[in-house]
Design a protein around this ligand. Structure first.
Ligand code: SF4
Length: 484
């Protein structure tokens, strides 16, 4: 039913001696639930042992009071997962525990390596042994192998062997160590907890529940070490340039997160304003597709002077991974999730604002729903450029053939979804709305211009389609079921 790309994972690390670190990690993971709903886990260290609990399910389903009270330590690492690599099985849940020369460690990874096949073959030839099938285990085993070099050198040795998107947090008996890929594809940010301690997370929305404030982002290629000596940042490997995922600003990140010093909510407001400039239309009301279309719809409304109305009400109890395998039920999907407010819609010319169109089936259903409810016209406005290429850096997308804009023109998509007009925000306006200078983003899914070569990742996807766990594939393979 969902026609959105999906996050891969959310990660969090907490260093706070004297505090209930498992509970702090749990609260932060809860705030990162949007980055993965398949599995969750927390590992804690008391300086001697690493203790871990992880299972499939939402954060609130995986942990309860009894489990949290058994996770005692001064530092913790947590993970919430949506699998793109390695399938949805329990063995691929994180954090990943490993034995090293300096004791047990636990590793959480957000992203996707693009040299996994070659790397695993090399590591197996060198004597490494793997128990799961995901790329994150290769990172964990590499770090464990080099752990006796000390945190910075172990991270550096690991980073030199891996290629792709990674924001990694490692828990050892003494330290929290975090490192980010040289392009900074996936976000990673550090905060200071009020009353003592530090937190590192995929997004700063994880800070509010633990009363932490932002210190700064982990830079591309950078390593952060937190231990009894305090916090230090060191460049792990050289960063040729930054290529932060532009889609984090458009859709993935939570609106209350700050990335590259920009509040996500504000960037989406500006995208909506730009959209009103690029694709103005005579209309009676601006209607957001809930929830993700709201900030941009507010921006469009403000700029155009067209009033904002809530024309669609979203059911709160349909989970993002809700999937109906039957084609008839699939057609019903949008009507199960969204209810039209006919009083707000009937007889009106509407501007319908959303952040992206992937396959276009869902958007077609929403336009139909509004027209069936009496809308006179529906003008669709999208706050991203057309998606023409899949992502190989940790975002789950359908194949190129399934992407609406890969094989069709905007006019053809407009006809297919039954809209009276269709406008996508241009790439320059999208990046301008984010704020920082252009050239700092990965825009590969909009341009096909990949900042890292993806030939090996493409071959792997072609050979092992089960590695893509998109809605369609998941249903076909029986991997995903109705959750909740
Ligand atoms: S290809 Fe698209 S979704 Fe993937 S990292 Fe680049 S901008 Fe983000």
């Amino acid at each position: 039913m969902s026609d959105k790309p999906a996050h891969e994972c959310g990660v969090v690390g907490v260093y706070a001696p004297g505090r209930d670190v498992a509970r702090l990690a749990f609260f932060s993971l809860f705030a990162l639930q949007h980055r993965g709903q398949e599995a969750a886990g927390i590992a804690v260290s008391d300086g001697t042992d690493v203790v871990m609990h992880k299972a499939q399910g939402l954060v609130s389903q995986v942990f309860d009071e009894a489990i949290l009270s058994r996770l005692i330590g001064y530092a913790a690492v947590g993970h919430t997962r949506y699998s793109t690599t390695g399938g949805a099985s329990a063995v691929n849940t994180q954090p990943i525990g490993c034995t090293s020369l300096v004791g047990d460690i636990a590793v959480a990874h957000n992203g996707n390596l693009i040299n996994t096949v070659r790397l695993r073959n090399e590591l197996e030839a060198e004597g490494y042994q793997f128990s799961g099938t995901n790329d994150s285990e290769a990172i964990a085993r590499l770090y464990a192998h080099h752990a006796d070099l000390g945190p910075v050198e172990a991270a550096r040795a690991t980073m030199k062997r891996i290629t792709g998107a990674y924001s990694v947090i490692v828990l050892t008996s003494r330290d929290i160590v975090a490192f980010r890929d040289p392009l900074g594809l996936r976000p990673l940010i550090v905060g200071e907890i009020e009353g003592g301690g530090y937190v590192i997370a995929s997004e700063s929305c994880a800070f509010a529940p633990v009363q932490a404030k932002i210190i700064r982002e982990v830079g591309p290629g950078e390593v952060v070490v937190i231990n009894e000596k305090g916090i230090r940042f060191e460049q792990g490997v050289e960063s040729p340039r930054r290529a932060m995922c532009l889609f984090e600003f458009i859709y993935f990140a939570r609106p209350d997160s700050v990335i590259m010093d920009e509040l996500i909510y504000s960037t989406r407001l500006r995208m909506g304003e730009q959209l009103a400039v690029e694709y103005a239309v005579d209309a009676d009301a601006v209607v957001p597709v809930p929830d993700s279309g709201f900030p941009a719809a507010i921006g469009y409304s403000r700029k155009s002077g067209i009033p904002l109305v809530e024309g669609l009400i979203k059911s709160r109890y349909i989970h993002r991974t809700f999937i109906q395998p039957d084609p008839e039920m699939r057609k019903l999907g949008v009507r199960l999730k969204l209810s039209p407010l006919k009083e707000q819609i009937a007889g009106k010319r509407l501007v319908l604002v959303d952040d992206s169109i992937v396959r276009s089936t869902t958007m077609g259903q929403i336009v139909r729903l509004l027209k069936d409810s009496g809308a006179k016209e529906v003008h669709v406005r999208i706050t991203s450029p057309p998606i023409i290429s899949p992502c190989y850096y940790g975002i789950d997308m359908p194949t190129k053939e399934e992407l609406a804009a890969a094989t069709r023109t905007v006019d053809e998509i407009q006809i297919q979804i039954g809209a009276d007009s269709l406008g996508y925000l241009s790439l320059p306006s999208t990046t301008r709305a984010v704020g920082p200078e252009t050239g700092q983003f990965c825009t590969a899914c909009f341009t096909g211009d990949y900042p890292l070569p993806v030939a090996e990742a493409m071959a792997k996807h072609a050979l092992e389609p089960e590695h893509r766990v998109g809605d369609m594939d998941a249903v076909a393979s029986g991997q995903l079921k109705l959750i909740n």
